[in-house]
Write a protein that binds this ligand. Structure first.
Ligand code: 5AD
Ligand code: SF4
Length: 454
């Protein structure tokens, strides 16, 4: 079996759960698609380009299937994820080599669906079932968790009720739901047992988390983080992706009170213009966002912020765009993603009149990316000479090198023995090149930046 993930971290997590669910059925993870008898593409529908990638990949995979058939091998092709959810059997019409289309809420049914395909031919399952997929998805073996490394994602929340006018997520992932605290805790305990040191809690709107706690009441994300922080072995915590409106007081306080919570936050703003924020139905103004950031920085002075931006949303003028550029300067991001607006079928934005032409979108994207690059470079350069904790994740490209991450999530490369993988140690930054930091093991950490375990 070969699972290829496109798009966000939620898909990476789901791909691993699909592999875990199929492992007891005898499906082993293959190193390449060529070696697999089941190929699953876990797709992304967020922008047109992402969705189109699936079809070019399907062309490649179809040729593999044909070559295998010539050798007498039957290779099954499955399409999972958000394109599957949005397009259903249309995928099989457009790409007849596809055997199975499975929506993002139905992965626990994969073993049955595959059996059905082998028996009856093609199958499509994109319902939103009432039973919770998380209750049925298999847990990974200790060995496969170890093989996946010392950092892990855990989905705590799925779907979204915000309905930003550009976004397909509320349609492809459905209404916002949160997993119960005890289920998450069990999963994190297992990960810790397998040597995972850093957990990132993920969800499309993760800070709207309100899962049932052990007391039967809804718990906030801050409370969940506080509980996980007490687990032995978990040294670092992160969460993503957050909506500015759901940055609750207790979550802001957690950035002050929980030393395990890393000082980096992905807080997408999309635009710096109030007019565009309103048209996007973001439900907050630029001033609201700036205020939330100020409160976060009051709680944790060295908090590094990252964001997502969209340029060329319908009606965006040069003046609106200038407001976005000025916000980048005002916040001082440590990094950000930026995208050209891509009209998504079924979303309100796609039907808006004043679509921005492609040339203006490209021009704005270039200018925005240049501003983000400057901001990121300034942040990285401010790290030169500083000493902070690094979690070593894997060997580097060159022998004797390890790659780890700083508290601010920057990749850090150092010369160190492989035995340090999974360890957290102080590193002094000696060089900054493009987006990577280079450093050397330090004897002690800067006292001002020290935090428990990080
Ligand atoms: N066009 C362009 N970018 C989009 N995003 C979401 N929908 C669209 C769209 N239709 C971006 C947003 C979001 C990120 C995950 O993808 O910036 O935060
Ligand atoms: Fe999409 Fe995020 Fe807006 Fe939800 S909050 S609709 S996931 S952009």
């Amino acid at each position: 079996m070969y699972v290829k993930s496109f798009g966000c971290q939620m898909n990476v997590y789901d791909s691993q759960r699909m592999a875990d669910t199929l492992a007891p059925e005898g499906y082993l993870e293959a190193a390449t698609a060529e070696d697999a008898d089941l190929i699953i593409l876990n797709t992304c529908h967020i922008r047109e380009k992402a969705a189109e990638k699936v079809y070019s990949e399907l062309g490649r995979v179809r040729r593999l299937k044909e070559a295998a058939a010539a050798d007498g091998r039957n290779v099954l092709i499955a399409v999972a994820g958000c394109v599957a959810q949005a397009q259903g059997d249309e995928i099989i019409r457009r790409a007849p080599a596809v055997d199975l289309v499975v929506g993002s809420q139905n992965y626990h049914r994969l073993p049955d669906l595959i059996a059905r395909v082998r028996r009856d031919g093609k199958a499509v399952d994109t319902e939103f079932p009432l039973d919770d997929k998380f209750d049925h998805l298999a847990i990974p073996s200790l060995a496969s968790t170890r093989a996946r490394g010392v950092t892990a994602f855990v989905t705590v929340q799925e779907g979204c009720d915000k309905f930003c006018t550009f976004c397909v997520v509320p349609y492809t992932r459905g209404a916002e739901t949160s997993r119960p605290v005890d289920k998450i805790l069990t999963e994190v305990e297992r990960l810790a047992e397998a040597g995972v040191r850093e957990i990132t809690l993920i969800g499309q709107n993760v800070n709207a988390y309100h899962g049932e706690g052990p007391d039967g009441r809804p718990w906030s994300l801050a409370r969940l983080l506080g509980l996980i922080a007490q687990l032995r072995g978990i040294e670092r915590l992160r969460y993503t992706t957050s909506h500015p409106l759901d940055m609750a007081d207790d979550l802001i306080a957690a950035h002050r009170d929980l030393p395990q919570l890393m000082p980096q936050l992905h807080l997408p703003v999309q635009s710096g213009s109030d007019r565009i924020l309103a048209a996007m139905n973001r439900r907050h103004t630029r001033a609201d966002y700036v205020k939330v950031v100020a409160r976060l920085r009051q709680a944790r002075a060295d908090l590094a912020l990252t964001s997502d931006f969209i340029v060329g949303f319908p009606g965006e003028t040069e003046e609106d765009f200038a407001a976005t550029l000025s916000l980048v300067g005002e916040i001082g991001y440590s990094g950000a993603f930026s995208f050209k607006y891509s009209p998504r079928p079924g979303t309100p934005g796609a039907d808006m009149d004043d679509q921005v032409d492609e040339a203006a979108k490209s021009d704005r994207l270039h200018r925005l990316q240049a501003a983000i690059d400057r901001s990121q470079a300034a942040f990285n350069h401010s790290c030169l000479g500083r000493t902070f904790s690094v979690l070593f994740e894997r060997p580097g490209r060159h022998g004797g090198q390890l790659v780890g991450r700083s508290p601010y999530r920057q990749p850090v490369q150092i010369e160190a023995p492989p035995a340090l993988i999974g360890e957290i140690a102080p590193v002094t930054i000696t060089e900054v090149a493009s987006n990577s930091l280079f450093g050397a093991l330090a004897l002690a950490q800067e006292p001002a930046l020290a935090g428990a375990g990080a």
